[in-house]
Ligand binder design. Structure first.
Ligand SMILES: [Zn+2]
Length: 562
């Protein structure tokens, strides 16, 4: 959700008389701490004017982030002010006097009565008797077709002892576009911990629930310099920012976390194993979503994952660049990140997936998902090097994207189209054939030796494919019941069998087939740890970047990005 100056009050009043009912403000109120039919819930009240033609379609939460039928979390739906109701549960048709005042009330429940752990999906709310955590996409029903219409949000009366935090608080009761209101996150409960800081003159809040391996103050200390560095990168003044962090399970050896970027917030839902020392890259990525992609243009409504190489991959690359430039990463941290990416990309079972395959399998297949990030990350690195070389160091991908942001203001064009346009106009580089080869047809991308001004060595080596030897996604979906063990694969050889319970991981997820992985599993014989090399049969050539001391030369790319 982003902040926008509201209309002056007087002008608003004068205009009100002439406004069509569809243009009138929709009023939302969320009140936590309810029970519905014995289930923890929170209440949503919505007041708005029905359409001028006497028929309004109410759209309940539907699909987001790979989850469907989000309306299943909406219960006890009541509609007042209608003359009759029809349609379907997820999309009721309300018939009413033209422009009638309508009131909608419903309760939101969680699909999880216990910690969801690996089953967590960001589209569905977590609602407990003493806390909640949600994203707007899973919560707000709205009259169809009014995404660009004004809406106003407020909290209802909180139960005694509760506090809440949301990026919606940044509006302080002012109106915003409905779509902007939906792009939100909220967390609250009886034990909400809020750390408040000032970053560059704007309020920053970190709102957490649960016990972590770090103190909330330490997380705030890690986030603050990243926020400052990214604001500086984009040349933006500080704006109010919320970071919300919610627990999804106490699994000390099973790390699973999900980040969600909002324009004036980001959220982290994680199992208890989240460690601060590995978090910089992730935090920098999530905050970078405050600009990428929405400040740079739109994402396609249909087949959206086809453009994730841009919205996720460029975000990864820019995050790494900012961390290096701000001194939050050393040159070797930066190179290690590139090498992790190159290795994962080069040995990924999905490495040659086409855009159609990415669209089809993005949310089901972890390898396809990661590929979109890594492919875009490397494409951004390649383009940045090319821009650097062509301009003799005078221009950069950052400058191109900042120019794109100016062009994107008030435009509804796709971010990827605007990028191609601005890049061509500014540098002469035609990115269309590159997008076609690497992002659409799935050709293998190789970084050029000119990367970083040719000041770091790029070597090639043979690596075996990364293969866990069981179906990680299906196992996660089966709540940790191990599924799809390949009898010819490395997991089977180490003793893993279908039907065992996956208790947790005991390694850092490196994605490197030459690094042992370790799973704690349980069956009738008790618990034990299986260790093996996640190697498939196939062998690939992967690239690796080596620093050789020249990177400290001011004329070189790595230091030139500072
Ligand atoms: Zn992301």
């Amino acid at each position: 959700m982003r902040l926008k100056p509201g209309l002056a009050l007087a002008a608003g009043l004068l205009l009100a008389a002439a406004k069509a009912p569809e243009q009138r403000t929709m009023h939302y109120r969320v009140t936590p701490g309810f029970w519905f039919d014995g289930t923890e819930s929170f209440q949503v009240d919505l007041r708005f004017r029905g359409d001028a033609d006497g028929e309004t379609l109410l759209q309940l939460p539907s699909e987001w982030a790979g989850s469907t039928e989000l309306w299943r979390q909406i219960v006890g739906l009541e509609i007042r002010g209608a003359t009759s109701l029809g349609g379907f549960y997820d999309k009721p048709v309300i018939r009413h006097r033209p422009g009638a005042r309508l009131r909608v009330r419903y309760f939101v429940v969680s699909p999880w009565r216990e910690d969801p752990g690996f089953a967590y999906g960001k589209a569905r709310p977590i609602v407990r008797s003493d806390w909640f955590f949600w994203h707007g996409e899973g919560v707000f029903a709205h009259p169809e077709g009014r995404e660009a219409r004004p809406a106003r949000f407020r909290w209802g009366k909180l139960p005694r002892g509760w506090t809440v935090a949301s990026d919606l608080d940044h509006l302080r009761g002012r109106r915003t576009e409905l779509a902007n209101m939906i792009d939100s996150v909220a967390i609250g409960g009886t034990r909400l911990n809020v750390v408040e800081r000032d970053i560059g003159g704007a309020p920053f809040r970190l709102a957490t629930i649960g016990r972590w391996t770090f103190a909330p103050e330490q997380l705030a200390d890690t986030v603050a310099p990243i926020v400052e560095a990214e604001n500086a990168f984009w040349g933006d003044r500080s704006a109010p920012l919320l970071v919300a962090m919610a627990p999804i399970g106490n699994l000390p050896s099973g790390l699973f976390y999900v980040g969600t970027g909002r324009t004036d917030a980001f959220s982290i839902a994680s199992t208890s194993a989240f460690e601060l020392k590995h978090a910089k890259r992730f935090l920098a990525h999530e905050y970078m979503h405050s600009w990428v992609p929405l400040a740079l243009g739109a994402l396609p409504v249909e087949k959206q994952p086809s453009d994730y190489w841009f919205s996720e991959g460029f975000t990864d690359y820019l995050a790494s660049k900012v961390l290096l430039r701000a001194g939050l990463w050393s040159a070797s941290d930066y190179v290690a990140d590139k090498n992790e990416t190159l290795l994962r990309y080069g040995t990924s079972p999905a490495r040659s997936a086409s855009a159609e395959q990415v669209v089809e399998r993005f949310w089901e297949d972890e390898a396809v998902r990661q590929l979109s990030y890594d492919r875009g990350h490397l494409l951004a690195a390649m383009l940045d090097a090319e821009i650097f070389a062509r301009s003799q160091g005078a221009d950069s991908l950052d400058a191109v994207l900042r120019a794109q942001r100016d062009v994107a203001k008030g435009s509804s064009a796709l971010a990827t189209s605007l990028f191609a346009e601005v890049l061509k106009g500014r540098t002469g580089i035609d990115v269309a054939p590159l997008i076609d080869r690497y992002a659409r047809r799935g050709e293998m991308l190789r970084l050029p030796d000119t990367l970083f001004g040719g000041c770091a060595r790029l070597v090639s080596e043979r690596r075996r494919a990364f293969e866990r030897g069981y179906d990680a996604d299906a196992t996660r979906e089966a709540d940790g019941l191990i599924t799809g063990v390949d009898p010819l694969g490395p997991a089977f050889a180490a003793g893993m069998r279908d039907g065992m319970r996956l208790v947790g991981r005991e390694d850092r997820n490196s994605g490197d087939s030459a690094v042992e992985i370790a799973y704690r599993v349980a069956d009738a014989g008790g618990e034990r740890v299986l260790r093996y090399l996640p190697q498939g049969k196939e062998e690939f050539e992967v690239q690796r970047l080596e620093l050789d001391g020249r990177e400290t030369d001011p004329a070189c790319g790595v230091s030139a990005t500072r």
